[in-house]
Design a protein around this ligand. Structure first.
Ligand code: ZN
Length: 309
């Protein structure tokens, strides 16, 4: 993995987890693996490829162990897997996963809905998980509803900082991602919260941002985070995604849109946009998928049947 700088950003492709999880018809594991292989070959060397989670809660992601086994064979790929609690975290560790993403919602209502716990119980789960992590396992901390919650509305910045305190303390080297779960965060809100969080936790070296494009603010928010020093961004090819536990939260920001914007700014992404567009076009025709984003249609509308206007 290349270290992100002002001239270079790291994109984390979350389509195979966040994008796929809300799609009802099961996507054959071989199809998922093929997408991961192609995305990695297009230059996306960080991919969230699944989640170790109850198969009854998220049936689409029940093949996490097979996905991990396949990811291991892809050179250069750094796969990460999402876990909702310590129990599933240890299952992932036992499978050999060495990059976990742990999710906790700032909003109590969302956390209860998502992982059936108070946020402080999730903090305790995280501490247990860190205790169970062998040396060399990397950790990403996803703070869902860091800006807005489908149940509680706008989230006070103070709540985010307060929840981050004990989480950062237990593993100061973890990557911290602030997630705009509903897509309602405005660019000034994104810039303001990252400014506050970076000042409050100067030891955190890796800040990431997870944008949704539900209200058309995705790219503006990504740019706002970038102006505040964030260099790691989640995105999903074809703009797939949304959270089944966040009503109305459709559409992660499309990876091809983010790549297009940064490359136009002279900021390298390491991603081959032509290759990515071809993968994104195939993503739009996955049965049950709802695609988003703009760049795909603009650049391929006239030459790809699956991306027609
Ligand atoms: Zn998302």
């Amino acid at each position: 993995m290349t270290t992100p700088t002002a001239d270079r950003v790291t994109l984390v492709e979350v389509g195979p987890r966040d994008g796929f999880q809300g799609i009802a018809p099961f996507i054959p594991t071989a199809t998922k693996i093929d997408f991961v292989r192609r995305l990695a070959a297009a230059g996306l060397d960080r991919i969230e490829a699944g989640s170790f989670v109850s198969p009854s809660a998220v049936p689409q992601l029940r093949d996490a162990a097979e996905m991990f086994a396949a990811c291991r064979t892809i050179p250069e790929l750094r796969p990460q897997f999402l876990v909702p609690n310590a129990r599933w975290g240890t299952t992932a560790l036992a499978a050999g996963v060495d990059f976990l993403a742990f999710v906790v919602s700032v909003s109590e209502a969302h956390n209860r809905n998502n992982v059936r716990r108070h946020p402080l119980e999730s903090v305790a789960e995280y501490i247990r998980l860190i205790d169970a992590c062998p040396e060399g396992v990397d950790m990403r901390l996803n703070l869902a509803t860091a800006f807005d919650c489908p149940f509680a509305g706008r989230i006070d910045e103070r709540e985010v900082i307060d929840l981050l305190g004990p989480l950062v303390a237990v593993r100061p080297t973890a990557e911290v991602c602030l997630c705009d779960t509903t897509g309602k965060a405005s660019p000034d809100h994104v810039a303001g919260l990252f400014e506050l969080a970076r000042a409050a936790f100067p030891t955190v070296e890796r800040w990431a941002f997870h944008a949704h494009d539900t209200y058309g603010l995705g790219l503006a928010d990504v740019y706002a985070a970038w102006t505040r020093g964030v260099r790691i961004f989640d995105a999903a090819f074809a703009g797939l995604g949304g959270c089944p536990f966040a009503p109305g939260a459709t559409g992660n920001v499309a990876t091809e849109d983010v790549v297009f914007m940064f490359e136009r700014m002279g900021v390298a992404t390491g991603v081959d946009l032509d290759e990515l567009l071809s993968i994104a076009c195939d993503g739009t025709v996955i049965p049950g998928a709802a695609a988003g984003g703009r760049v795909r249609a603009a650049l391929t509308g006239s030459r790809s049947p699956s991306c027609g206007s």
